[in-house]
Design a protein around this ligand. Structure first.
Ligand SMILES: *Cc1c(COP(=O)(O)O)cnc(C)c1O
Length: 420
């Protein structure tokens, strides 16, 4: 059982809000760094191991810098993610470009930066040829179809996923790329999302290792790396157990020893592209209770809304909530915790048992470090919040300012209505 204790206290938040009013996303530098070191330790058995942080999960350059200091690269899927990675000093093969439905400009920039390009589809080979010369190292994304099962439990349905190439296409793609001069190959797959099961990576790794051995035998291609991509989950709910990254690393090692080593492929590097596992638990959304409403249900209304954190509205996702200063109070009140969008799905929690909330209380919405701020939007003219870093020494640093109305109107400069 996971206690779900916030990494920030009421006293700290009372200090922070003097400089940066709510709502804001807060990130825990200490937690990020400690977790990054555990990940590296879990895969230390593989000398080529490299984590490419999935930039889309939390595209903030200050956080990318911290991860770079910990030795992580960047996994990008768009032009601006590539620009941001370049801006923090990521170059060459420290950038993985795992995109889909890729525009020509994006491929051109990835090639210019020397990123490793991971083709989502076989037709991208001809598309790419018109844009840039083929690098010596390239990767292909695999979609085995069917259901992805762990011990007969269906984890996800690759047959319905738009990503990746079929098994015959992989062979054809490798052959074609070899004929274009590509010398070193990667193999990538992302088959289940937010898995809270230590078996996900090991089962996926075994599948990819077996496929890599076959591809090597069929085509003679040199397989340089296997990219396990993302999908390692976090316990959003207090009753869930966290993944044990050491057990995950060990499970992948076992598959490696059993499949790759006997095939004479013991030099293959393991790459990962984790987003959620790297950042999720080390961010939270801090918001203030503005209103109470007693109608057919009991509502507490916050100064944050789904535009700051879309997951509950979009997926019905659970995010744990702590009322700061009332950590030990009994959860004897049932609330819907809402934002102010004109959308009834703008609820951070429905029928949630919480301590009695007063106007002005600060609430921590947990686990927003990945796919939190990143999925924000401007519906109802709501402005994106600030992002604040809680440094290891307890001080804070503004790492993104809150949007202003001027930011919101900036792209309307073409109309003449909002001229500077
Ligand atoms: C989203 C994504 C990731 C990161 O996924 P998480 O579930 O956040 O770990 C990695 N690689 C690719 C290609 C992705 O689309």
């Amino acid at each position: 059982m996971n206690q779900k204790k916030p990494f920030v206290t009421l006293e700290q938040v009372q200090e922070i809000v003097k400089k940066y009013p709510t709502p804001f996303h807060l990130y825990d530098e200490k937690g990020i760094r400690e977790n990054a070191r555990r990940i590296k330790q879990a895969f230390a058995w593989n000398p080529g191991f490299h984590e490419y942080f999935a930039v889309k999960a939390c595209p903030n350059p200050r956080l990318l810098q911290i991860l770079k200091e910990e030795g992580f690269g960047c996994d990008c899927s768009s032009y601006t993610e590539l620009l941001m990675s370049e801006a923090v000093g990521q170059v060459g093969e420290d950038i993985m470009f795992s995109s889909n439905v890729t525009p020509a400009e994006d491929f051109a920039l990835a090639a210019k930066l020397g990123a490793i390009i991971n083709f989502d589809d076989i037709t991208h080979i001809d598309f790419f040829e018109k844009i840039a010369p083929f690098p010596e190292t390239m990767s292909c994304r695999y979609n085995p179809g069917g259901d992805f099962k762990i011990e007969n439990e269906i984890m996800d349905t690759p047959q319905d996923a738009k990503y990746g190439m079929t098994r015959p296409q992989l062979t054809e793609a490798y052959r074609k790329l070899m004929s274009k001069g590509v010398k070193h190959f990667g193999l990538h797959a992302f088959l289940a999302s937010n898995t809270v099961a230590n078996e996900y990576y090991p089962v996926l790794a075994r599948l990819l290792f077996q496929t890599a051995v076959e591809l090597h035998e069929e085509t003679g291609a040199h397989i340089a790396f296997i990219n396990l991509s993302g999908g390692v989950g976090i316990p959003y709910r207090p009753e869930q157990n966290a993944n044990d990254i050491m057990a995950i690393g060990e499970g992948v090692r076992k598959a490696y020893e059993e499949v790759l080593v006997p095939a004479g492929m013991g030099d293959v590097a393991i790459y990962t592209e984790m987003g959620r596992f790297v950042m999720g638990p080390y961010g939270c959304l801090v918001a203030k209770c503005l209103h109470h409403k007693h109608t057919h249900k009991e509502y507490v209304g916050l100064d944050a809304c789904a535009a700051n954190l879309m997951r509950p509205a979009m997926y019905g996702a659970y995010h744990h909530i702590t009322v700061l200063g009332k950590e030990d109070a009994p959860c004897d009140h049932k609330y819907d915790v809402t934002g102010g969008l004109c959308e009834n799905n703008d609820k951070f929690a429905i029928d949630r048992m919480l301590p009695e909330i007063d106007d002005g209380d600060y609430l921590v919405i947990h686990d927003t470090g990945a796919h939190g701020f990143a999925m924000g939007y401007n519906y109802n003219g709501k402005l994106r919040s600030a992002e604040v870093l809680l440094r290891e020494d307890g001080t804070t640093e503004l790492i993104r300012r809150a949007e202003t109305p001027e930011d919101y109107f900036a792209t309307l400069d073409v109309t003449g209505v909002f001229k500077k």
